[in-house]
Design a protein around this ligand. Sequence first.
Ligand SMILES: [Fe+2]
Ligand SMILES: [Fe+2]
Length: 253
Amino acid sequence: MRILYLGDIVGEETIKVLKNNLDTIKKDYKINMVLANAENVTSGKGLSEKHYKELKSLGIAGMSMGNHTFSKSEIKNYIDDATICRPANLGSKYGKDVLYVKYNDKTIAIVNLLGRVYTNTPLDCPFKTMDRLLPTIKADHIIVDFHGDATSEKKAFFYDFAGKVDAVVGSHTHTQTADEEVYNNTCFISDMGMNGPYDSILGDDINEVIERFRSGMFEKLSVAKCEYYKINGVILDLGINNKITRLNLKIKV
Ligand SMILES: [Fe+2]
Ligand SMILES: [Fe+2]
């Protein structure tokens, strides 16, 4: 089966861009199922219930999160019943460690983990969390969204779990890497990239980010508005011989 996994979706405007383009992309690339990282949808941080429902209505079957999972606290009210997995090593009583989604007779398990390098969050070890979860998972395919800063940590996780899961796909940096590979039939990429405003700094307004660096003052940033959007993700062909292909499109609104 062929899965499109979209990198971090940034800003609510991007929902509209996906609404206008996702069906065509699915048709063009013969996609069976769409998954996405949804930690940055609502004003760039978190995911409101309204936006979750809108993404669901576009046919996004499963969503993983990251360090901004609980940035919109209303998620606590709906995450338990939603097709969302939050980082399993976050130790939260809200949400699930493993999300199961179905496509025909196949079951796909999605696990979301947060890296510990540079993330400044008290977290359980992502490696040992996966050791604990792996024997409990019953699925035809397992995909891990490893949400973190350090490529070394993501790659170490990939080699550690190669042959045991179908794919380890990175998120969080909002910058697509060109290091996709398959080892022991496990697909890998350090980062899938982002879906959001093209002329931006990781999705945020260019001038505001420059000012933050120049002034050293941490004023609130806003999601950029621009004419072009990028669609970043990976296409995972999961079967006997797993395969990963990068998707990187520039789309006019
Ligand atoms: Fe992000
Ligand atoms: Fe993040």
